[in-house]
Design a protein around this ligand. Structure first.
Ligand code: PGA
Length: 299
């Protein structure tokens, strides 16, 4: 089979987008040029890779197989680049990191400090919730991910580097704000606002109450820590958040942490990578930095 890397990468773009037009835009090529590459690949393989139904494009069985291999070949090329970069002794390049929404409160500071020490780098930081991070790890999209403990999965390597205590927050005027050692069961009389399903904080909170047989009333759902804190300040309910998210509000006395028995819920932050993934020298350096320098940077 006479295949070229060029054919495979053009084909992959069409397969990913399921559109010749989008692939042409992504690759800055004309649409006929994209079609030509795909046609040559189909001729080399001797089977059609796409089928057209109405206006939609679908991968054929052969198309799915070729896409699978084209992706791993592309990954191998990236790894080869990393290895060469390492052999040249450089740690230049770009770094693509994804972090849980809650980790964003400190991840930017870590990246800023790291970039000051390294220089000559470009970064891409994506902030999203736990569920999306797990999908990205599955797709091998990111150099590394900072998140709460991932599910036990033979394909992932997770290394803890810092505690992540979750606490109950309330507005300063709340009836429980001045109480000490509030029994856990007392929370059953309160209303709680929640993060979205898919958030690690939410999963930990639900598990915690369930394991202890406490039923709390929940009302509204918010897709960010910021929105949730605003809701708590506005008196819409109590909230459970990571202490990393409330530094400013505690300082300004806009929120208080309630002294509830059995709290905080102790979680940890992990650097997570896919097993067997060859990290670029810069990604390796960043991982090492996070694992060893976080306490001194965030002091
Ligand atoms: P989040 O936090 O998904 O709630 O932002 C991450 C985690 O605690 O796992």
């Amino acid at each position: 089979m006479n295949l070229t890397v060029r054919m495979l990468s053009v084909f992959s773009s069409v397969a990913r987008n399921l559109s010749f037009t989008k692939a042409a835009n992504e690759l800055h090529l004309s649409q006929p040029a994209v079609s030509m590459q795909v046609k040559q690949l189909e001729e080399a393989i001797g089977l059609p890779l796409f089928e057209h139904l109405g206006k939609k494009v679908y991968l054929t069985e052969a198309g799915k197989e070729v896409f699978h291999y084209a992706q791993s070949i592309a990954q191998q090329f990236i790894e080869l680049e990393h290895v060469i970069e390492g052999l040249r002794g450089g740690v230049r390049g770009s770094l693509s990191v994804a972090v849980a929404s809650t980790a964003n409160y400190f991840a930017t500071r870590l990246l800023a400090e790291f970039s000051q020490r390294q220089g000559q780098l470009t970064y891409r930081l994506e902030v999203t919730n736990r569920q999306t991070l797990l999908v990205e790890l599955q797709n091998n999209d990111k150099d590394l991910v900072i998140m709460g403990r991932p599910p036990d999965d033979a394909d992932l390597v997770a290394e803890p580097f810092m505690e992540n205590p979750l606490v109950v927050i309330a507005p300063p005027m709340h009836a429980l704000a001045r109480e000490h050692k509030i029994p856990l069961s007392r929370l059953a009389q309160e209303r709680f606002v929640l993060r979205e399903s898919g958030s690690g904080t939410r999963i930990a909170m639900e598990r915690f109450f369930e394991e202890r047989g406490v039923r709390v009333t929940t009302s509204m759902e918010f897709t960010s820590n910021e929105a949730l804190k605003q809701a708590v300040q506005a008196g819409l309910g109590l909230g459970i958040v990571s202490v990393h998210t409330i530094e400013l509000e505690l300082e300004a006395r806009r929120l208080v942490v309630l002294d509830v028995e059995q709290f905080p819920i102790m979680r940890h932050w992990y650097v997570v990578t896919r097993k067997g993934k060859r990290l670029s020298p810069i990604a390796l350096a960043f991982k090492e930095f996070v694992l060893t320098q976080t306490p001194s940077v965030l002091r």
